[in-house]
Design a protein around this ligand. Sequence first.
Ligand code: CO
Length: 296
Amino acid sequence: MILKSLAVAVIASSFALSGAAYAGMGHNPNADKQAIVITAFGTSMKTARQAIDNLVKDTKIAFPKADVRLSFTSNIIRRKLKREGVANVPSTPAMTLAELNDEGYQHVAVMPTHIIPGAEYDEIGEVVKAYRGIEGKYGFKDLRMGRVFLSSVAACDEVAGLLMEKFAEVPADEAVVLMGHGTPHHIANAMYCQLQVALNKVAPHRFYIGTVENTPLIEDVVAALKVDGKKNVLLAPLMIVAGDHANNDMADKDDDESWYSILTAAGFKVTPYVHGLGEDKFFRHAFVSHVKEMLK
Ligand code: CO
């Protein structure tokens, strides 16, 4: 009799446990919740970081019920930030997925902020593919991945439209030179040429794309500007973040090898524009629409 009442008391007190303890007993509050992982290369420049944070903020506003997380693909950047004592350094995509799994998420969508479907995009895709292969409690019910900005011919047309709007106020006779990142060993580098085709269609002799890591070279851009008789150039990054490449390889006036110096030495009047596409309202809006597309 004493034993029996003791058992009842134990059962009764377990019902009075807090929600957290209840979660530990099998209930999973995140099971039906959507998680969105935004992946960026990352940057260690404080001023450049805003471009990435904008995309996270806009996604949170568009999906108030979702859990939106940021992850950085670059281990070099992540380690540098940790060395500098920066708080809350974003995890890698693989770590973020493991964390979400640990917290009980079943519906996860991974959205890259990259421009071309190059090596970085492939590597995120490998992580997603590996997780998709996991059945049982360490896997997800629904794991998707979104697209990059230049993912198809139609996507290049869309980005050409965004660039037209973004640079609408640049005088008609001024050329807009865009610095793409480029990728040395990947066929996706060709997407820059596809974007050039799309731009030439809507604005002939207006936009000139070069890349840091592959072709078109800045020398190709200079040659094209001369053929077209251009005098004035607006120089801008074709990257989400205006970080190291935009500040140093593109706009550094004290570096003879920067695009600014090369263009100036070639006789052009150059106006550098050091802002990433993540700072631009048209690109921010397009990014959120790509997240929506992924979740449809
Ligand atoms: Co780079």
